[in-house]
Design a protein around this ligand. Sequence first.
Ligand code: ADP
Ligand code: ASP
Ligand code: MG
Length: 441
Amino acid sequence: MNVLKFGGTSVGSVANMHMVKDIIVDGKVKIVVLSAMSGTTNALVEICRLAVSNQLEKARFYVSNLHHDYKNVVDEMFEESALKKEVSNYVSLIFQELESLILMPSAFLFYNTMVSKGELLSTFIFTCFLKSQHVNVRLLPALAFMRIDKDGEPDAFYIKQNLERLIDGGLPATIYITQGFICLNNTGDISNLERGGSDYSATIIGAALGASEVQIWTDIDGLHTNDPRFVTDTHAISNLSFDEAAELAYFGAKILHPQTVMPAQRANIPVRLKNTMCPESYGTLINSNASEKGIKAIAAKDAITAIKIKSARMLQSYGFLKKVFEIFEKYETSIDMITTSEIAISLTVDRTHFLTAIVLELEQFSTVEIDQDQSIVCLVGNQIVKHKDTFRFFQILQDISVRMISYGGSNNNISILVHSQDKIKTLQLLNTYVFRRVNVS
Ligand code: ADP
Ligand code: ASP
Ligand code: MG
C-alpha cells in the first residue's frame, strides 16, 4: 500500500482538488494524508495572534472572512444534495467553535485547538467530495491514532496499533483519508507536528503500516538544486539518498518538513516527491541507494542564533566543552554548527526558548556573545568533502562575510553561517560558483 500526502496548494482550490482526485482514484488501496487548504493555517495563526492581543473585532472579522471562503468552496464543489447539507453543517460547526474559542484566548490548548481546524476542514470536505464522485472512501481521524511521546517523538507502537485497529475495525475502503499535522501528545491533549508537519505525518503513517512507498505531492516537480524562491536557474534532482534528503530537509529545504525522512529511512521506505500540477514529471526519488558522488543541492535555514563562548580557562582545561554541552543538554537545546579555537567556542542554535537561562549559566565560567538573525547555508551531497568541485564553495569567502564554517563534520554536508540579510546573495553566488562552475579570480 502507498501513502500519498497532498500539501496546501494541492488542496487549495476546487480545481486542484479535482486534480488530486484524478491522481488518487486508480482502483488501488491507499492512504491519503491532507494538509489544510493553502492559507488556512496561516490565517488561523493570525487569528490566534489577534485574539491573544485582545483585538477581538479584527479576529472575528478574519474568522468570518475565512468562513465565507469555505462556503464558496462548498458551493463550488457540491450540487444541492443531502451530502452538501452535511458538509455545510460541518463547516458551520467548525466556525462556531472558532468563534467561541477566540473569546477565551488564554484557555488551555487555545493555539493547538485553533490550528487543528484547517486539516479537519480539508479532510472532511475532500472525503465528502470523493463520496459525491462515488469513490469508496473512509475518513480516519488522525486524533484516534497519531500521538507523540513526552520528547515530541512519534509514539510508533501506539500509532501502529491504533491505526491498524481503526482500518480493520470499519468498512473496507479503497481510499482512506486522514489529517496531516495534527496529533495528540503524551497526556492525550491536542498537539501538532509543527508547521509543515503533514509531510512528517505521511512518513510516520508509512512506517507504521510498512507502506511500499510514501509520496509527497506538492506544487513543484521535486527537490531542487537550490531554493527556487530565491534562485532562478534551479532544477529537480532525480535521486537522493535518505542521508542527503534528511540533511536538506533539516537545513531548510522547505519542500520537506525537517523530520520527514527519519521514519522512512528507519523503515527503508522510498519517498517520492511529485508535482500535483504536473503528475507526469519524474520528481525526486529518495531511497537507500548510494547516490552519485558530488554536490547535489544548496539549502538555507533561517532564524539561527550564534553564541560565542570565551573562556581564558579553556586553555588546557579538559572539562570546558563538557560543561558547555551539559548546559545545552539541560535545556534540551540542540546545537547545529560548532567551531572551536583554543580559547573560544562558537555554536549555533535554532531554539531560543531557554537562551536567557543558558547564557546565565554559561556566564558562570565564560564571557558570552550572541548574534541573532543568522542563516546557515549548506551544501549537501555525497562524499563532497573530498570532491574536486568543493573548493569552489570557498570562493564565497571573497564576497560574503562568513561568521562560521563547518567542514569535515560529515561527508555530505558543508555549512557556513552568514547574516540573514546576506542569505539570498549567498544562495545565488553559491549557485553560480558550484553549479555553473564559474571561477572568479
Ligand atoms: P506544501 O504546501 O505542498 O507542503 P510547501 O510550500 O511546504 O508545499 O513546499 C513546497 C515549496 O518549497 C515549493 O513551492 C518551493 O517554493 C519551496 N522550496 C524551498 N526549497 C526548495 C527546494 N530545494 N526544492 C523544491 N522546493 C523548495
Ligand atoms: N497545515 C499545516 C501548516 O500549514 C501543516 C502542513 O501544511 O503540512 O503548517
Ligand atoms: Mg509543506
